[in-house]
Design a protein. Sequence first.
Length: 137
Amino acid sequence: MRRRPDEETLQSLVEMAVAVRKRAHAPYSNYLVGAALLTTKGSVHVGCNVENASYGATICAERAAVTAMVASGERHPIVCALVTGGAEPVAPCGICRQVLVEFAPDLLLVLVAVRGKQRVRRETTLGALLPEAFRLL
Ligand code: THU
């Protein structure tokens, strides 16, 4: 990652992920996920999980956010805020790690669990979660 954004920026990124999580379409799992990507230009791109009756057609929140980012002409995320329910934050699934690494091998991940008014937050990096990622050389 370049320079770590200040705490206020990270908090507002988390709030955007909290907000978009409420728009998730998750009638099968009832597991709502929100993601917000902050880019080098300072713009934010959000995504939520969109499930499908044909379960394999489901798209995760992180990949939805990447799609929105690329469609708007940006390719350099520096932070991904990921918001889920439950007691503990969770890390992106394997497919999303691979999709994220395409654009930012050293992405900072801010993982937040929301349960009522309670929030638990932790940080990690994509490099820590997906060492030796596949790349076409
Ligand atoms: N999900 C995400 O949105 N991101 C992940 O990294 C893992 C899983 C979604 C997919 C599905 O709608 C629900 O969470 C349960 O797997």
